[in-house]
Design a protein around this ligand. Structure first.
Ligand SMILES: C[S@@+](CC[C@H](N)C(=O)[O-])C[C@H]1O[C@@H](n2cnc3c(N)ncnc32)[C@H](O)[C@@H]1O
Length: 449
């Protein structure tokens, strides 16, 4: 009798078992348990490999179903009690029920599986995972605010799982402790403003020694509101910014004069200034180690010209230039291109860097060739990946490419083009646990030809 049949037989003697029964074979890229039941694939949220569970389906398609775990009849040795009281409701974390090292192993399998199933590729070397603190790591976050009188008034938190509703929270263990402690005080602050229903979001950015709160508002704050916000900034030791429109409209309200946000990469002797609404890597510990790994793999040398595509504010560009190479940064956001240039100048690296604004989703062989001869290339695209860039690589393309990815599926797709069409070998790949307790997989890969 198969394990599943035996479990099914077993359930007849389990009066508490409610839904259909499944034996979990693996985890998928969203951290859901995967089972096969009567030829159909069932993705079960909250279930772990090796477990026998009952489940409740909330989406049924001809070939698959998506379900929530109901009861765990055989418990995985890797299951742990989620420490956060909001786990299961809040959409912020989906893997707190899996022991931290097992999360890392699961993410490595997601990367290997994507490379194989999408790209038909196996890396020559699997790099050791880059890991760091598993709590208090999220230096950038966006809290949603809603006034819902029927739910007791002002709600503040992340979105609920599978919903745009707010999962109200009192604290959050993946935020730095001093930010988590602000959550209930922020709720009281906004509840006391004249427009509590017109402040839909608070963006939080933490730099070294500085915390900035950006209050998005859909109506002007009154003078009394501004005084309350300023008093909050003083009491909590934070900067309060206000944002009436898009990200560029954000401006500091209080204190009027204050230092700007920045983070350092001590190993490379550089400091990056940023605005609170700029893209920055959320996990500063992992960013530092990822940077070391990226520079080891890229190995910038004096005299080389190296492209940093999707360069943002110069996170990888400045370390490349600090190693003596000349960096050519390309980025889609004009504000970030400006910031990268300012950061290069502030770090004495302007002579070895140039930055351009371009839409890299529309890269062509001509636009890449226009960057001039490149010895090496670093690519760090958003989730959509860099398919136009890899397809645009011509005969004079760089011999070495380091690809930093936040989506294994698009990395695997692009890697397939590099390997099968452009003649690159996949020398190595590995994950960085940038977002512990979530299913997000950050990874780094080295290609050479
Ligand atoms: C994952 S972030 C990496 C940023 C930077 N490398 C860093 O480490 O901070 C991806 C970057 O791609 C930029 N981007 C998004 N779409 C783009 C496009 N179509 N063309 C060029 N850049 C784009 C974003 O503005 C963002 O800065």
């Amino acid at each position: 009798m198969s394990e599943q049949n035996s479990a099914q037989a077993h359930t007849r003697f389990q009066p508490e078992a409610r839904g259909p029964l499944a034996t979990i074979e693996s985890l998928d890229h969203e951290g859901r348990g995967v089972a096969r039941v009567e030829g159909k694939t069932i993705f079960i949220e909250g279930a772990l490999p090796g477990e026998v569970v009952t489940y409740r389906t909330h989406r049924a398609k001809p070939n698959y179903e998506v379900a929530d775990v109901d009861q765990v009849l055989r418990v995985s040795a890797q299951r742990v009690a989620p420490p956060c009281p909001h786990f299961g409701v809040c959409g912020g974390c989906s893997m707190q029920h899996l022991e931290a090292n097992a999360q890392v192993a699961a993410k490595q399998r997601v990367l290997e599986s994507a490379l194989w199933h999408i790209g038909r590729l196996k890396p020559e070397i699997l790099y050791p995972a880059i890991v760091g603190p598993t709590w208090g790591y999220r230096y950038r976050s966006r809290l949603t605010v809603r006034l819902v009188p029927s739910k007791g008034g002002l709600l503040i938190g992340f979105h609920q799982r599978r919903s745009s509703y707010v999962a109200p929270m009192e604290s959050c263990a993946i935020l730095p402790p001093h930010v988590s402690a602000l959550v209930p005080r922020l709720r009281d602050l906004i509840a006391g403003l004249s427009i509590p229903d017109r402040v839909p979001q608070i963006e939080i950015a933490v730099g070294e020694g500085i915390t900035v709160l950006v209050f998005r508002h859909l109506q002007p704050f009154s003078a009394a509101d501004q005084a309350r916000l300023a008093a909050f900034a003083d009491a909590e030791g934070v900067q309060v910014w206000v944002q009436p429109n898009g990200p560029d409209s954000a401006r500091r309200l209080h204190p009027r004069k204050a230092p700007g946000l920045a983070y350092t990469l001590p190993e490379f002797g550089v400091s990056m200034a940023f605005r609170p609404t700029d893209f920055t890597q959320v996990n500063m510990w992992i960013n530092r180690v990822l940077m070391r790994r990226a520079m080891q793999l890229l190995d910038p040398q004096p005299g080389e010209r190296i492209a940093d595509l999707f360069c943002g504010l110069g996170n990888f560009s400045l370390p490349i230039a600090s190693r003596g190479a000349h960096v050519v940064g390309v980025e889609g956001s004009a504000a970030l291109v400006r910031r990268a240039g300012e950061n290069a100048a502030a770090n004495g690296l302007a002579q070895r860097s140039e930055f351009y604004e371009a839409n890299l989703f529309e890269a062509t062989e001509d636009s890449i060739a226009a960057l001039g001869h490149l010895d090496k290339m670093l690519i760090d695209p958003p989730r959509e990946g860099a398919i136009a860039v890899v397809k645009a690589l011509g005969p004079d393309a760089p011999r070495r490419i380091v690809y930093v990815s936040c989506n294994p599926a698009t990395l695997a797709r692009d890697a397939a083009v590099l390997f099968h069409e452009k003649g690159y070998a996949l020398k190595g790949a590995g994950i960085a646990n940038m977002f512990p307790h979530t299913s997000h997989v950050e990874s780094i890969a080295l290609f050479e030809r």
